[in-house]
Design a protein around this ligand. Sequence first.
Ligand code: UDP
Length: 241
Amino acid sequence: MHKNRIDILGTEFDNFTEKQFHELISTDLDNKANKFIVTPNPEIVLSARNNNRFSNIVNNADYVIPDGIGIIKGANMLGTPMHERITGFDTLMFLIEQANKKHLKVYLLGAKPEVIKASADRIKREFTGIDLVGYHDGYFNDNGMVAADIEEKQPDIVLVALGSPKQEYFINKYRDRCTAVWIGVGGSFDVFSGTKKRAPEIIQKLSLEWFYRLVKEPTRIGRMFAIPKYLMLIQKEKRNK
Ligand code: UDP
């Protein structure tokens, strides 16, 4: 286990404030370090619990960041409180702003072709300091071609939106091909490109973003069952402590 990590049902989280985390990432970018960031929510914690290979990949990442209020609540319930939630989307925006300021090379991978194109267009339009070296949609057979493209372009930051666990498997397999900060960002390009709206700020503040997504995308209901199951397991763990 990494030093100071907090164990939530087998997933080991770093306990940083967002400010501390940003400082670390900023230094990593300055040092041109090879880093892997994962941002698990309760659904990912549950799937890691049932999948050793995935669990090892997550726990061996350089940063394991609590995306989702459920993680913070779970940590409180277990008596190991964490500083704060740090969302994958906010981390994506921080990396983009850093890249813009520091004139870094960025590669975008994942989401539907029109979504990744719209995301690339937004970067070219609004973040002119970024050297966007390449982008590719997330619907491909992994025959090594995409990884070869990333290797050839040698970006400083690789943003991967293939959903979990696909994006973590991809990063784990190919992160040695180039020295970059690699992160799995889930559905973030759908929001970044303007294809999907993020919940209004008040809903984010009330920690009801999950409910907003459910109302907007009722097909997520099956995935939402992960939350009560997760809370039940936390209760059980608490009793056994
Ligand atoms: N996706 C992809 N390739 C796939 C499956 C999914 O690029 O084979 C993309 C999908 O288009 C979406 C993202 O991965 O942009 C996953 O979104 P989801 O809402 O599942 O992620 P979450 O934010 O809930 O982790």
